[in-house]
Design a protein around this ligand. Structure first.
Ligand code: ATP
Length: 548
């Protein structure tokens, strides 16, 4: 596939400027670049979601132009989005055939085809299972299978490893190698440079909308790749960890006996949060590790007052907030970086300066003596954009027009600007490039030294281990084990999380091959002694068979 001279302009921004890329069949091709470099725009063009202003796309020697994703699919190009688009209450088979009934029907032929594809690429997908019973990694495989079922020979994956634990990443990469060996082509976007180097055959680097070069993963280091991305030597490759840090004894957040149940459509009651209790002290980061879907999101929403638990208490800095609305909790000093930035973090169609006010209407500098101070809010938006390096043509563009990573930087900047006492941070650096990630980590560490308490949820285990003072594992709505962030490795933590969570599911494809070397941790260490878990009941992550 050849892209030549691709240019795409948006008001005030040239997202892609004369981009050239050649992707060879049967390879894994990675696309790297800073937030806002133009990667997603390029992939959207390739998938028919956006039309380039200039340039040509040639597939198998034939020049093509895509007007819709259907055109791209017809030419064998499929995309797996970061947000999975599966219907939970349908089976794998139903999800796969939905909208593609004409291909192999909806019965035995479709089932046979799914099994055939699954076997051919070692995906281990079973057509009869309900999607709601599947973990994140399995859902991703269903999404991949869905695209293959429609005849894709080239797969575009948008940050496919963002939600996976290390073992699942290894398994995904094994799948990608399998696809490649069958002559399929994979193009993927990732900010995790260690992973890029371990799986890609070719790397194209985009900087400020232009291709600045290709890198050979066999001879390039993460540092060199990052420098190619930013266009200069990295000022400091690693974030500086403060000297040994001890949190104060004063509790900032006390959660006790939190229980949340939900009744399914068929009347069955499911326990989402089961007797959750913990305390976070002033200056303490409590990290909660768990495979997505084990109650972490609901816990965050219960603490924020977005969800009403059945019972339990939430005490913030000595004040009972158990029944307080979200706004009062925020005014009580809670900063919130939500998991879903589009649903809870931003007003996508509003300009950046209005988004800067969002959730903080009554606080300075946004308001003065009860009145909105738009001038001050606008000026502060400019400041956040400069401080957090949010790449945008201005503060009057909509949040929707920012790249994903830049949207995230805006949210982090907004929440940190109000000097919260407690920060509820769900995946605070998801989609953020390596440079900005280090900056956000530093911000959180600095604020922690001034007493900030943090409830941290993250699928990035390096981040979770690197930032947390206390680490707990969540499984099926319960906090089942403690881990020592000082000694545990991401692989061990990943095992603790997946071992419990997937113990009852079939995972043939998760037999990971000898995987590529993992990158270093944020604190610079590579290996650590065995995991130490405490107070882990018998049926917990720690004691279950970790690899099925
Ligand atoms: N619909 C749009 N309207 C206006 N500007 C846009 C639109 N989509 C993207 N842009 C701009 O184009 C540029 C490239 O954005 P893009 O999303 O392609 O970056 P990216 O490399 O994928 O970044 P990230 O790593 O943060 O996802 C950015 O400056 C962004 O603000």
């Amino acid at each position: 596939m050849e892209l030549r001279g691709i240019t795409k302009r948006f008001p005030g921004v040239v997202a892609n400027r004369d981009i050239d890329i050649t992707v060879h069949r049967g390879t894994v091709h990675a696309l790297c670049g800073e937030n806002g470099a133009g990667k997603s725009t390029l992939m959207k063009i390739l998938y028919g979601m956006q039309k380039p202003d200039e340039g040509t796309i040639t597939v198998d020697g034939e020049q093509t132009s895509f007007h819709t994703p259907a055109d791209a699919i017809a030419r064998g190009i499929g995309m797996v989005h970061q947000h999975f688009m599966l219907a939970e209450n349908l089976t794998v088979l139903e999800n796969v055939v939905l909208g593609a009934e004409k291909l192999y029907g909806i019965g035995a032929r479709a089932r046979a085809k799914i099994n055939e594809i699954s076997d051919a690429y070692g995906l281990g997908v079973r057509p009869g299972v309900l999607v709601e019973e599947l973990g994140v990694a399995d859902r991703q495989r269903v999404e991949i299978l869905k695209v293959l079922y429609r005849g894709a020979r080239t797969l575009i994956l948008d940050e496919p490893t963002a939600v996976l634990v290390p073992q699942e990443v290894d398994a995904l990469f094994a799948n990608l190698r399998e696809l490649k060996s069958e002559g399929l082509t994979v193009i993927f976007i990732s900010h995790k440079l260690g992973e890029v180097l371990s799986v890609a055959d070719e790397i194209t680097v985009i900087r400020r909308g232009t291709t600045v070069g290709t890198a050979d993963p066999r001879t390039t280091t993460s540092k060199q790749l990052a420098e190619l991305m930013v266009g200069s030597e990295l000022p400091s490759p690693q974030t500086e960890e403060a000297p040994a840090w001890h949190a104060a004894d004063t509790p900032m957040l006390q959660v006790a006996g939190l229980r949340l149940t939900q009744t399914d459509l068929d009347g069955v009651e499911r326990v989402i949060l089961d007797d959750i209790s913990f305390t976070i002290h002033h200056g303490e980061v409590l990290g909660i590790a768990g495979v997505e879907g084990n109650g972490q999101s609901e816990l965050v929403e219960a603490v924020m007052g977005i969800r009403d638990p059945d019972s339990g208490t939430v005490v913030l800095d000595g004040r009972d907030m158990s029944h307080a609305p979200t706004r009062r909790r925020r005014e009580g000093g809670v900063g919130y970086i939500p998991e879903d930035r589009h649903r809870h973090g931003l007003l996508l169609e509003a300009p950046l300066w209005e988004n800067r006010i969002l959730g903080h209407v009554t606080e300075p500098p946004n308001s003065r003596r009860g009145l909105l101070d738009i001038k001050a809010a606008r000026a502060d938006t400019e400041r956040i954009i400069a401080d957090y390096d949010v790449r945008t043509p201005g503060i009057d563009v909509t949040a929707a027009s920012l790249s994903g990573g830049n949207q995230q930087k805006l949210i982090v900047g907004r929440e940190m600007s109000h000097r919260p006492k407690l920060l509820i941070a769900a995946h605070p650096t998801r989609g953020v490039d390596v440079g900005a990630q280090a900056q956000i980590w530093d911000q959180i560490r600095r604020a922690r030294r001034d007493g900030l308490a943090v409830l941290l949820i993250s699928a990035d285990l390096d981040e979770l281990i690197g930032l947390s003072d206390t680490l707990r594992v969540m499984y099926r709505g319960r906090l089942v084990a403690d881990a020592d962030p000082g000694t545990i490795t991401p692989e061990e933590l990943g095992s603790a999380m997946t071992g419990a969570a997937t113990g009852h599911l079939e995972h043939p494809a998760e037999e990971a091959p000898p995987g590529p070397a993992e990158g270093p941790r944020p604190d610079g260490t590579a290996d650590a002694p065995a995991r130490r878990t405490a107070d882990a009941p018998q049926d917990t992550a720690a004691s279950k068979d970790e690899r099925r």
